[in-house]
Every structure is written in C-alpha cells, then in structure tokens.
Ligand binder design. Structure first.
Ligand SMILES: [Zn+2]
Length: 91
C-alpha cells in the first residue's frame, strides 16, 4: 500500500485561483478543486491577500449603507488587479 507520493499534481496557477474565487467563497467549489485552491493559498500570499480583500468587499456590500460610517476601503494591490485582468483576457 503506497501512498500516492508520485501523484502530486502541480499547484493551480494564480489565474485559475482568481477564476475560482467566487465559487470558493460561496462554497460551490467541488472538494477536489477546493483542495487545490487551499494548496495554492498555502504557498501564495498574494492570493491570500486577494481572497481577504474579496471577502471584505462582499461583507461590506452585504451591509446597508449607514450615514457617517464611510471609511475608505483598502485598495487592492495593483499587481493583483493586473492578474485578474490577465486571467479574464485568457478566459
Ligand atoms: Zn496565487
């Protein structure tokens, strides 16, 4: 009984992570893909940061606007924005 040590798949690319981001957050990602997603996040701080910003944006959008509570949101890192744009062009 050998564990599948020789069957390590490559990490999915950042562009794929960005494409799967919404499915991941909404819990619609199949377990296998979610696993790959987690593996990528474990080694890619950029995507972790992006995921974090993404979640915050969603949380903010779910809150109703309250006067006097308009703190500026953190801006996304330029390189991540470019990564998203690149992924969309490829798609
Ligand atoms: Zn990444």
């Amino acid at each position: 009984m050998s564990e599948n040590t020789s069957e390590k798949k490559p990490y999915i690319p950042c562009s794929e992570v960005l494409e799967l981001l919404w499915a991941y957050i909404s819990g619609e990602l199949p377990p296998e893909q979610a696993h790959e997603f987690d593996r990528h996040l474990a080694v890619c701080p950029s995507c972790v940061a992006y995921l974090d910003s993404y979640r915050k944006t969603i949380e903010l959008s779910h809150e109703s606007f309250e006067p006097g509570n308009c703190e500026p949101e953190e801006e996304l890192p330029e390189e991540l924005i470019q990564a998203v744009l690149a992924a969309r062009r490829q798609g």
